[in-house]
Write a protein that binds this ligand. Sequence first.
Ligand code: ADP
Ligand code: ADP
Ligand code: MG
Length: 454
Amino acid sequence: MFNKILIANRGEIAVRIIRACREMKIKTVAVYSTADAESLPVQMADEAVCIGPPAPRDSYLNAPNIISAAHITGADAIHPGIGFLSERSNFAEAVEACGITFIGPSGASMDKMGDKSIARETMQRAGVPVVPGGTFTTAQEALELAKKIGFPLLVKASFGGGGRGIRSVQNEEELPRAIEIASNEAASAFGSGDVYLEKFIEEPRHIEVQVIGDKHGHAVHLGERDCSIQSLRRQKIVEEAPAANLAPALRNRLGDAAVRAAKAVGYSGAGTIECLVDKHGNFYFMEMNKRLQVEHCITEMVTGIDIVKTQILVASGEKLQFSQKEIRLNGHAIEVRINAEDPERNFAPSAGKIEKVILPGGLGVRVDTHIYSGYEVPPYYDSLLAKVIVWGKDRDDAIARAQRCLMEMEVVGVKTNIAFCQKILSNAYFRRGEYTTDFLQRRILSEMSAKDSG
Ligand code: ADP
Ligand code: ADP
Ligand code: MG
């Protein structure tokens, strides 16, 4: 087992990883940008090393500095967390080449699922259904492909993430311009202007399956999560496990496909197969997230499995300690993402000093956060402040508990989406489990603007 793990990340996920290490008696090294010197993970870790100025490319994406920090502190493994370097196969390979274990899949299996358009091909070969679509090289090819797929369709960045680099196209005329815009957006956000086309699935549910594999060829799934409650920027806001109103046969097919997908690329570590489910109950592979996910906690709540500890165990070479049939789901879990943003001003990020914070607690409640009273939210990174995660014996119980938690929670000093999330939890459609990815637009925002004008 590892002696010391360096966490190449920040915020709540760095805290989450430090907690797992501490329970495993593994020492921790936090790395931080100058903007994060006072952050909670820096205070919690056994050691901390500054790796550069605030801009992510100079600090949390600065691979040479991070690997040097691991050498200086004698860390024998690096946990990349979420985002930043977590899905860069060249980083994983550079780490391993320096004799340090990368906690995640091998560079080679990451590459097979790396570029989203390549991942689609990998999945098709493994017999997993994908959203109709494909790649093109010339404008003429793009047009022919688009006609074959049919409109509306989406132009999507091959290296996209976080809901960015996606553009919808209603007809032939809009296609060239949409490709140009998406490609430029992708080039500046992801360093590659590659895009592909995908059929637009109407009113889909975003349902994803957590998988975990070891280095001995075993892989299992830990059930699904419904992440259809998304912002207009396609970012997840509320997630639940298991998905509501999902036919058992479909659930089994999703689980089987996810394990097949993981095995097809020799996947080790934690990963997520993201799918769209249409109103006829067809499901399509969308992408694989080759890392831990923000919403992994709800799966932990219903399975009792610590996903981060399992990641560390399998990275060290241990076999998975459970088989598929030993995994049992119990009850229902919901996660609400509390962001520093202003719902009144188009969800603009809100940075500044947190004067006061009261976090919810009690039976069945878990709060993963890095904030504290007096903490200054820097303007350079994503706006996630806290994840309120609740467990209930059933879905209604979990919703009631989530509502109670948000009533208890108070953050003074920055704007938050707490009240906005209460609207989601109390919405009649949400409460019945009747929702698709357009929920916010259709059920919440339209209602709010109706009230404004009335
Ligand atoms: P990212 O890498 O940014 O997470 P995804 O491919 O996972 O991008 O898509 C993000 C979200 O965009 C999905 O959860 C879904 O809401 C929407 N979306 C993506 N592809 C489609 C599609 N083909 N049809 C309808 N909605 C889609
Ligand atoms: P859609 O916008 O999907 O067409 P509908 O208004 O037709 O939605 O209703 C879909 C379901 O929601 C039906 O079961 C209907 O009874 C129920 N429903 C309709 N309006 C409301 C409402 N204001 N509050 C709660 N449930 C509603
Ligand atoms: Mg995605």
